[in-house]
Write a new protein. Structure first.
Length: 107
């Protein structure tokens, strides 16, 4: 018996949204725990330029390291100059109430 939460077809408007903006996904490859800060920053920019706009970072070795690693990624994704060529920051009205920075990226 199917779960009451499963859907056999998309909700109205769902397909059009995916076709318009793409399938939402986040990337973890930039934020593995063993990476030094320089590699973390470089991989974040590389994945940003591949079109990702949600980033996940591993934390847990210690509080200071986790905070620093989050700041490394955050500093790369909030800079409008780091956006891929041709991509403009979203309007403030389109990001209001969402967990995104000024570039529309999310950590």
């Amino acid at each position: 018996m199917p779960s009451k939460y499963s859907r056999t077809k998309p909700r109205p408007g769902q397909t059009q949204g995916v076709e318009r903006i793409g399938y939402l996904a986040y990337v973890t490859s930039a934020g593995w725990l063993g990476y030094v800060d320089d590699k973390l920053a470089r991989l974040t920019l590389e994945t940003l330029h591949q079109g990702f706009n949600h980033f996940k970072v591993q934390v847990g070795s210690n509080i200071e390291s986790g905070l620093r690693r989050g700041e490394v990624i955050q500093s790369a994704i909030v800079q409008p100059a780091n956006l891929p060529k041709g991509r403009k920051p979203p309007s403030a009205s389109s990001t209001e109430g969402k967990n995104v920075g000024p570039t529309g990226m999310c950590l």
